[in-house]
Design a protein. Structure first.
Length: 658
């Protein structure tokens, strides 16, 4: 046993009590801002504005504020003021020497929204919103007008830089004013609030509560588009006004929107909705909880989908349409413009950024509140109800027709040949190839990360073992006997060579995702050769892509960026991280990236970049490509040797060393 301990490396002896850090105050926020606002990009920067504005909206919804002012000034300084009750400034009973204001601004999980004494419903839940804004700003000033006195306190990077002081008296003013400048150390020197984005944020909040007036003002020198420098938002019609603006001049299945609001029983909150069904264009949806946007929907979305679907089925049965029993939720809501806003107590969200509502009771409450109103909307005017039912049934017929066509294609691709999909293929949930993707991933380790990072509805994963067979130098018998090639061909389902029919391809896109190194490039080349030779129509029609995973992860001062090669790394160090000590990590392979990193950098359609592989249209150019593939990948190694000799002079010393 003593020999075992004596063999420990010297570095392991450095791990003792002094290695254990305790982060105090708001330091955790500055160390890991992504945990609180989802990152340090432009979206996260504007999340700070939303956090402060949401607090003012909570005052308005609670009936204590009628006006909110949003002002963007030079120097990336944003000021949000309301005429609510004002943050309490009296000493906090649990923290002697500190006011309630200072506790709220400098301590996580502090605020007046944990119980229902101060707010029946609110967007703030965890007591972290305004303290996070303070932590990630280099200059924050809070003014409170309360009890006919004005108080002020300054903060920076999560710490108070002044005492709470009384700065004057007032007769008419009341409420809270928060002015802050996001910290460039966190968001980068070039990070700026965008007037257009703040303008839309302020306007959308005004739609959500008819009783509030929001005033927008921006320094004209900051505006780069047609965003007005000043505006006043107040919408007595609430969501219905918002929907009217969204629909515009588009013709709808019913001339009247389905709109309304309803309180939940036992003071559990309320719901407001507005729905339209445009005829010749796709719709959209906007979901909110306690004025917080929930772009990923959630349980309140489930509630309105259920209410509309069951209502349409019931109306179909009432009017003698037997096939109405087959109406699916997508037939009713997929083409609709939906606005839904709920106010509930103690809402639960999927994360601190509140993109998805997970409160289990919300689905039941919303469905119960909306269903009766929808039944009346359909039956009070039977012509209107029949028009909407006809619209929905047409969409249902289209859906069933597409499903039947897909079944025929899939039977052709799989069942008719009595073949099963390869066992290592993790397929996507969607049956329709439209919008789906197959990622061909290098290795089981990378395949495991990709499975966790993917969108299960639309993204399938097929891991392959290392370098597949070079089909350009192999005969037909050898290709047919290769298991990796057989699995790949089977997963795609469209056949090969003269039997290849791209219309039978089981996915809309095929994406090669290999490591960002020389071996990865070699594997990608072998796969491209396979598709060029065995499925040229797939390439010709632009269905083949190369993923662009990063090779490096760079971080400094809370800013994180990724570089796909040495050139991009040097560019980032010269621009984004100029003058900073940069920590550089090199990914040895996709398997070293955690699922979150892989999703953000390589798989999420919103943030990734892909290279589309295509073939030239002109015959002469196609012949040149065929000749190049034959020389570089064919059976004669002399051709490859000649190519290397003739192009060696084009490489610099760094590339040769690599």
């Amino acid at each position: 046993m003593s020999d075992l301990f004596s063999s420990a490396t010297p570095s392991s002896n450095d791990y003792d009590a002094s290695s254990i850090e305790v982060l105090e105050g708001l330091e955790p926020v500055r160390r890991r801002p992504g945990m609180y606002i989802g990152g340090t990009d432009e979206r996260a920067l504007h999340h700070l504005a939303a956090e402060v504005l949401d607090n003012s909206m909570d005052e308005a919804v609670a009936g204590h504020a009628s006006r909110i002012e949003v002002t963007l000034e030079a120097g990336n300084r944003l000021t949000i003021a309301d005429n609510g009750r004002g943050i309490p400034i009296d000493p906090h009973p649990k923290y002697p020497g500190k006011s309630a204001l200072e506790v709220i601004l400098t301590m996580l999980h502090s605020g007046g929204k944990f119980s229902h004494k101060a707010y029946a419903t609110s967007g703030g839940l965890h007591g972290v919103g305004v303290s996070v804004v303070n932590a990630l700003s280099n200059d924050t000033v809070v003014e409170v007008a309360r009890n006919k006195e004005i108080y002020r306190q300054s903060f920076s990077k999560g710490h108070a830089t002044s005492k709470l002081e009384k700065v004057g008296a007032t007769q008419n003013r009341r409420g809270t004013t928060i002015a802050f400048t996001p910290d460039p150390e966190i968001f980068g020197e070039g990070a700026k609030f965008r007037p257009a984005r703040l303008y839309r944020l302020a306007r959308s909040k005004a739609y959500l509560f008819a009783g509030v007036e929001i005033r927008w003002k921006c320094d004209p020198a900051l505006i780069e588009d047609d965003t007005p420098a000043e505006a006043v938002f107040q919408f007595p019609g609430g969501l219905a006004d918002h929907l009217k603006e969204q629909v515009g001049s588009r013709e709808c299945a019913t001339s009247e929107f389905f709109k309304g609001q309803q309180d939940f029983p036992d003071d559990q909150g309320r719901v407001e909705w507005a729905v339209a069904w445009p005829l010749w264009s796709e719709g959209g949806s906007s979901y909110y909880c306690n004025t917080i946007p929930t772009p990923d929907g959630g349980t309140h979305e489930q509630g309105i989908r259920a209410a509309l679907t069951r209502g349409m089925r019931a109306f179909g049965e009432l009017t003698g349409q037997k096939k109405a029993k087959d109406i699916h939720a997508d037939d009713v809501v997929a083409g609709a413009e939906i606005m839904l806003s709920v106010f509930i107590r103690d809402p639960q969200f999927q994360s601190q950024t509140k993109d998805r509502l997970t409160s289990p009771d919300a689905a039941r409450l919303v469905e119960a509140a909306i269903r009766d109103h929808f039944d009346h909307f359909l039956t009070d005017n039977m012509d209107r109800g029949r028009a909407l039912l006809g619209f929905v049934l047409d969409r249902m017929d289209e859906r069933l027709k597409r499903r039947a066509e897909r079944e025929v294609k899939r039977k052709t691709a799989t069942s008719s040949r009595k073949l099963r999909l390869p066992g290592k293929l993790t397929d996507c949930a969607n049956d329709d190839p439209a919008g789906t993707e197959l990622f061909i991933v290098e290795g089981d380790s990378a395949g495991g990360s990709a499975k966790q990072a993917r969108d299960r509805k639309t993204q399938a994963i097929l891991p392959i073992r290392g370098k597949i067979l070079n089909v350009a130098s192999a005969n037909t018998a050898k290709i047919g006997a290769n298991q990796e090639i057989a699995d790949l061909t089977l997963a795609l389902g469209c056949g090969t060579r003269d039997r290849c029919d791209v219309d039978n391809l089981r996915y809309e896109r095929v994406i090669i995702m290999t490591d960002a190194d020389v071996d990865g490039a070699h594997i990608a080349t072998l796969l491209m050769t396979y598709f060029f030779q065995e499925m040229p129509d797939l390439v010709r029609k632009g269905r083949l892509y190369l993923a662009q995973p990063p090779l490096y992860r760079l971080s400094a001062g809370g800013t994180v960026a990724y570089a796909k090669d040495d050139d991009q790394r040097a560019e980032l160090e010269r621009t984004t991280f100029k003058g900073k000590k940069v920590e550089v990590g090199r990914f040895k392979g996709l398997g070293e990236m955690n699922p979150q990193q892989l999703r953000e950098t390589t798989m999420d359609p919103r943030t990734r970049s892909l290279i589309r592989i295509t073939l030239p249209q002109e015959y002469e150019e196609r012949s040149a490509v065929r000749d190049l593939v034959d020389r570089l990948m064919g059976k004669n190694p002399e051709h490859r040797f000649q190519f290397i000799q003739s192009h060696a002079a084009e490489l610099d010393e760094e590339e040769i060393d690599a």
